[in-house]
Structures are given as C-alpha cells and as structure tokens.
Design a protein. Structure first.
Ligand SMILES: [Zn+2]
Length: 82
C-alpha cells in the first residue's frame, strides 16, 4: 500500500530543522538518515527474476532498520514480524 506522503518526505522537509533545534541522539540521526536513504539509489539495487515467467525487474535496496516504516511494512507483508 503506497501512501501519498511518506515519513521520508517529512524527514526530508523537517529533518534539518529538527536536528538544529533539538538535541537528537546519534541513533536518532542515524535512523533519520536510513529512512531518507531507504529504497533509493544511495543504497544500491538488485535484480529480481520471476521463477515462473523469467521476467526481470530491478529494485532499490531497503535499509532494514526496524524504525523504518517501509521496511516494517515489507516484513509484515511477508509475515516476518513477531
Ligand atoms: Zn527502510
């Protein structure tokens, strides 16, 4: 399910201001950066080939951070959450 507005959009718009005005912990800054980079060219990509029809598609890599809503949505879809 795609939302018209993602958390990455919010971080992109307000992340610098938040970093300047609040004392963020290094982990919080790291998570914000991962959310910004998730599924973009920054993290590279990979090729997927369908076992049935052989069709090929290229996808950007995920950040894998547990705080990232994109990664958590994927884990839920595949039943990987506890
Ligand atoms: Zn992610």
């Amino acid at each position: 399910m795609n939302s018209p507005c993602e958390l990455a959009d919010v971080v992109r718009l307000f992340g610098n201001e938040l970093s300047e005005n609040e004392k963020l912990k290094p982990l919080q800054i790291k998570v914000m950066n991962k959310i910004l980079q998730c599924r973009t060219a920054v993290l590279g990509g990979h090729k997927e080939v369908c076992d049935c029809c052989g069709s090929v598609r290229y996808r950007y890599n995920s950040c894998g951070d547990r705080h990232c809503p994109k990664c958590q949505a994927a884990k839920q879809a595949f039943g990987l959450t506890i």
